[in-house]
Write a protein that binds this ligand. Structure first.
Ligand SMILES: Cc1cc2nc3c(=O)[nH]c(=O)nc-3n(C[C@H](O)[C@H](O)[C@H](O)COP(=O)(O)OP(=O)(O)OC[C@H]3O[C@@H](n4cnc5c(N)ncnc54)[C@H](O)[C@@H]3O)c2cc1C
Length: 397
């Protein structure tokens, strides 16, 4: 860290301007705080390593923030899921949130661009193409950031609070030494692309032993279809993702294979995966939000909705501290504890599902019982869609 500076120019600096950072900046700017939002990427742009299913919880945030009409103008909503869990097919919808059960699958350039624009409209100063390389420290607290722009020149920006929304390789986490725990290696990986001309109006998900596939409506009339490979298979298939995709989809989801055959693929194949971890979410003068603070395997598609919810949570804590209603660091510590209390059961559940392991007899029996009960199906889907704590729904091991 650099030790420098006298005056805090900004109330908050938010590092990273995608689905965690842009809403955090927007919410604080809407409360009247001076917010600087920084991202090393140019906007709008895609985030290559991610699919983009947003559960009703995430959609509820988009609705509350007033940006859903812009998303809906380019993406179809859908409510129903058809989930094949090791041969047991469950159909229904995840629980509604605030009376709405719709999900969306907007491409990231669309979603992240709209959110960054909303932050600017709220009064945040947004600089893209600017990388944060270090933090400024004063009196044992984080007090700003050091940035590098397109030239080589470095700049120091001071703030009362620095929020890391800078994804899994967070510079804010690295510089603060945020402690990492519950680390899970990369288990499974995704290969996907987009097709036009497929009539799919719901989510389809297949989870089989060490393999899977899924599909959902995306933006601009396209449908995303993806294959799940265990990570060693994914690495072996790096030279021919297309062949690996087709082989896997044929194997676990012949109906999806039939859909993509004859439909128009609109672009090449993407691949993505991640290790999973939980990081300490706050300390003196800093906080982490979204993937910077907790990264889950994508199998439950919880990352974007989690980013939105944690943006709300850190926004409320920051407001309490910056307004002087409470000591800032106390409010941030409460944010960190509340985040863990809410998310850790979902983290453990996701890590389990990501193994694509054969279910125990007890779990297979639970899936079969759930299949015949629509309320139970909704509760189980809620474990994926972040509305029902898995520890309250699933049988104990
Ligand atoms: C294969 C895969 C599929 C997924 N599918 C889904 C899905 O269907 N649904 C879902 O909800 N989630 C999904 N996720 C998870 C989702 O992508 C993430 O949870 C989400 O992107 C987290 O958002 P974020 O804003 O926290 O971080 P990111 O989206 O990673 O954004 C971080 C931003 O910080 C910027 N940044 C980083 N370092 C710096 C720096 N030093 N200075 C300035 N800027 C910096 C980056 O440029 C980037 O724009 C998937 C993930 C993977 C890997």
């Amino acid at each position: 860290m650099t030790t420098a500076g006298r005056h805090a120019i900004h109330d908050a600096i938010v590092v990273g301007a995608r689905c965690a950072g842009a809403p955090t900046a927007m919410l604080l700017a809407r409360k009247g705080y001076r917010v600087l939002l920084l991202d090393r990427d140019r906007f709008p742009s895609d985030m290559g390593q991610s699919t983009h299913l947003i559960h009703p919880l995430g959609v509820a945030h988009l609705r509350t923030w007033g940006v859903l009409p812009q998303i809906a103008a380019r993406s179809r909503s859908f409510t129903d899921w058809r989930v094949d869990l090791h041969g047991v097919v469950l159909q229904g919808a995840p629980p509604a949130v605030d009376g709405h059960g719709d999900s969306y699958g907007p491409r990231r350039h669309l979603l992240d661009g709209i959110l960054a624009e909303a932050a600017v409209a709220a009064g945040a100063t947004f600089r893209d193409g600017v990388r944060v390389v270090e933090l400024v420290e004063r009196g044992g607290r984080v007090a700003g950031v050091v940035t590098e722009g397109s030239g080589d020149s470095r700049q120091i920006e001071h703030a009362r609070l620095v929020i890391g929304a800078d994804g899994p390789n967070s510079v804010v986490a690295r510089c603060t030494g945020a402690v990492e725990s519950l680390v899970e290696p990369v288990v499974q990986s995704n290969i996907w692309s987009y097709w036009r001309g497929i009539a799919l109006d719901h989510v389809r998900l297949y989870i089989r032993e060490h393999r899977g596939a899924f599909a959902f409506p995306a933006s601009d009339g396209t449908v995303l279809v993806a294959a799940n490979l265990m990570h060693d298979e994914f690495v072996a298939a790096r030279r021919d993702r297309e062949a690996a995709f087709h082989a896997r989809v044929e194997e676990v989801a012949p109906d999806l294979r039939a859909m993509v055959t004859g439909a128009e693929r609109t672009e090449g194949f993407h691949g993505g995966c991640t290790r999973a971890f939980v990081r300490e979410a706050a300390g003196p003068g800093w906080a982490l939000v979204g993937d910077a603070g907790m990264k889950k395997d994508p199998v439950t598609a919880q990352g974007i909705s989690t980013a939105f919810r944690t943006a709300e949570m850190v926004g409320e804590a920051a407001d309490e501290g910056l307004s002087g209603r409470r000591p800032l660091d106390d409010a941030l510590a409460d944010y960190a504890a509340a985040r863990d209390e809410w998310l850790l059961p979902y983290y453990r559940f996701t890590a389990q599902l990501a193994r694509f392991a054969r279910p125990t007899e007890a779990l297979a029996a639970f899936y079969r019982e759930t299949q015949t009960d629509s309320d139970a199906t909704a509760r189980l889907f809620g474990c994926v869609a972040l509305t029902h704590s898995p520890e309250e729904v699933l049988p104990s091991a």
